[in-house]
Design a protein around this ligand. Structure first.
Ligand code: HEC
Length: 157
């Protein structure tokens, strides 16, 4: 019964575990990470924003994004952020053309920004941004493909 535990211990001890960002993922690594994340977020996904997606909040969200997120998730018009090239898992590009989270419920983005995603490099912002700022940046990302004129363009280094 101890054999699998000893085998796993030897695997780690002998250097089998991928630790460099360029190493290939373990079999099932992506599946396990995604399943665990969705189980943790269950119940929070249906939360709606307590503020409206008006121009003032979207502009404020763009400012929060520029200061705290763009280094990993990309500035406007940038194909891939510098940090993204060397991270595993890579931070997805959240502005157009990819704008990865425009089809996620806003409550899901809020949860991820507030709590972070352990062992991925995605920080939790609960101690550094106010609740309003977290909703503002979440709404900004939800509407990333249809922002008022000038808002997207304001996200520059
Ligand atoms: C140090 C780099 C880094 C910074 C800074 C950062 N993130 Fe991330 N973020 C990541 C990584 C890496 C992932 C991918 C995690 C994964 O694959 O599970 C991620 C994932 C996300 C996701 C989930 C994307 C998806 O496709 O589901 C959202 C939303 C997000 N980040 C928003 C933000 C916001 C908003 C900020 C700023 C307030 C921010 N991040 C700052 C690295 C970063």
């Amino acid at each position: 019964m101890l054999t699998p535990i000893i085998a796993a211990w030897l695997f780690v001890l002998l250097g089998g575990m991928p630790v460099a960002t360029k190493s290939a993922p373990l079999p099932m690594e992506r599946y396990l990470a995604k399943t665990a994340l969705h189980a943790a977020m269950r119940g929070e996904l249906n939360r709606t924003a307590p503020i409206t997606a008006d121009e003032v909040n979207l502009r404020a969200g763009a400012r929060v994004y520029t200061r705290n997120c763009a280094g990993c998730h990309g500035f406007a018009g940038e194909a891939e952020a510098a940090f993204a090239k060397g991270m595993f898992p890579p931070p997805p590009q959240l502005l157009p053309p990819k704008a990865c989270v425009t089809d996620d419920p806003v409550g899901e983005t809020y949860w991820k920004v507030k709590n972070g995603i352990r062992l991925t490099g995605m920080p939790g912002f609960v101690d550094s941004l106010s609740d309003t700022e977290i909703w503002q940046v979440s709404l900004f990302l939800l509407h990333a493909k249809q922002l008022p004129p000038g808002v997207l363009e304001s996200v520059k280094p």
